[in-house]
Design a protein around this ligand. Structure first.
Ligand code: DOR
Ligand code: ZN
Length: 340
């Protein structure tokens, strides 16, 4: 077995990212754009991104926040059942996809859809299917927290079979059930986060409660993590990296009523490299973190080669800008790979 000390990732893409707005955007935007070529940006702002004007303005603010880097924000709309075919046709070239949230299922999703009945969703999904707009879904019911994703599987199946030409992305999958579904429908794809490849519920709540690892969907069982990890390590063509890096200020994490979200942007590529190296799977890392997404979304990302070296990196305990701050995963700890 050869020892690897350096590794290159070309055109890294983060296909599920929360950048927020205002000073938080200015703080976290560059922590992605300095290493990634592009990212799919989630629309769950307050209020959510539902108009062409809001979409283009937000994209502009992201570009300004990341102006020091060559970086493409691929923006999305927040799914509404009221979108007309003509509206979607008009915005089609400005978006990479539309994100559907069941109402109230997670941060800033109160105005999501109140029914996942295919007939309720049909007009919008038919238009998206005709126009070739991918559908990104937060797939959780409001059942028992550990079963929410599993309970959502029949909903994925009903949409995938009702709209065979619609490309559907099961976002941030956390279960073996979702992995099993991936190969059952040609039009089903998925993203997986870094943290769900690493942690289980035990890491969140098995000992002293770890608010910085609390997210939606919550981390699951060891067998789920194993299924996710094995599929990612293989570079499975239907599985893409999407960090779901979701910054919340420290006071909203270290409190009663902790907000959901793990902030991983500044460590994502280093820890992915460490993980793929550990399992001798570095040959598949470029597929997982770039090529699969390029192929699926038809992207031509800006050229960027990130060189990683096996050298300790001390993760900052906090990132700050003006009145904003955010604590990253592994805050204050040392990880084994660094950006050269
Ligand atoms: O943990 C999460 N945080 N899950 C989500 O779905 C949303 C995200 C956020 O926006 O904070
Ligand atoms: Zn998310």
């Amino acid at each position: 077995m050869s020892i690897v000390n350096t590794f290159e990732i070309n055109e890294p893409l983060d296909m599920h990212l929360h950048l927020r707005d205002g000073d938080m955007l200015k703080l976290v935007g560059p922590l992605t754009s300095n290493t990634f070529s592009g990212a799919l940006i989630m629309p769950n702002l307050v209020p959510p991104v539902t108009t062409k004007e809001a979409l283009l303005d937000y994209k502009q603010r992201i570009k300004e926040a990341c102006s020091g880097d060559d970086f493409e924000p691929y923006v999305t709309l927040f799914f509404q059942t009221t979108y007309s075919y003509d509206f979607l046709k008009d915005v089609k070239d400005d978006i990479i996809g539309i994100k559907l949230y069941p109402a109230g299922i997670t941060t800033n999703s109160q105005t999501g859809v109140s029914s996942m009945d295919v007939e309720v969703l049909r007009p919008t999904l038919e238009a998206m299917s005709k126009l070739g707009i991918p559908l990104c879904i937060h797939g959780e019911t409001n059942g028992f927290v550990m079963d929410r994703e599993k309970e959502f599987m029949p909903i994925y199946e009903s949409i995938a079979s009702a709209f065979p030409d619609l490309k559907i992305i099961m976002e941030h999958i956390t279960t073996k059930d979702a992995i099993d579904l991936l190969d059952k429908y040609d039009n089903l794809y998925a993203t997986v986060t870094l943290h769900h490849l690493l942690i289980t519920l035990d890491d969140v709540a098995g000992g002293a409660l770890q608010p910085h690892l609390f997210c939606k969907p919550i981390a699951k069982r060891p067998e789920d993590r194993t299924a996710l990890l094995n599929t990612a390590l293989k570079g499975h063509p239907k599985l893409m990296f999407g960090s779901d890096s979701a910054p919340h200020p420290k006071h909203k994490k270290e409190c009663c009523g902790c907000a959901a979200g793990v902030f991983t942007s500044p460590i994502a590529l280093q820890v992915l490299t460490e993980l793929f190296d550990k399992y001798q799977s570095l040959d598949n890392l470029n597929a997982f973190v770039s090529l699969n997404a390029q192929k699926f979304y038809g992207l031509k990302p800006v050229k960027k080669t990130i060189k990683l070296v096996k050298k300790d990196f001390e993760v900052p305990s906090i990132y700050e800008y003006k009145d904003e701050n955010v604590v990253p995963m592994y805050a204050g700890e040392t990880i084994a790979w660094s950006i050269a």
